[in-house]
Write a protein that binds this ligand. Structure first.
Ligand SMILES: [Zn+2]
Length: 86
């Protein structure tokens, strides 16, 4: 899997988690408990995606963690090599 597709997957899952967290607000008759459950699940999903990106978004040359911003065209902050395409 390329760095770009890892980033796309990460952002998609984070957005999906936020959507889940906001889901009960689309329904006026949802109870406080429903809202709380959805917020907890949504935050867990988003946080899980963040943790996953910390694990997989690494420099293919030296293994250092890559910054979350930017897309495919990034340079490793540790070794300075291009980490985008491989
Ligand atoms: Zn590196």
């Amino acid at each position: 899997m390329s760095i770009l597709s890892k980033r796309v997957v990460t952002l998609t899952v984070i957005l999906a988690g936020l959507l889940v967290a906001a889901f009960p607000t689309f329904f006026p008759d949802s109870t406080d408990e429903t809202v709380r459950i959805f917020v907890v699940i949504g935050c867990l999903v988003s946080f899980g995606a963040l943790v996953w990106s910390w694990i997989v978004l690494r420099c293919p040359h030296c293994g250092a963690m890559l910054p979350l911003r930017g897309w495919a065209d990034v340079y490793c902050p540790n070794c300075g090599k291009k980490a985008g395409k491989r």
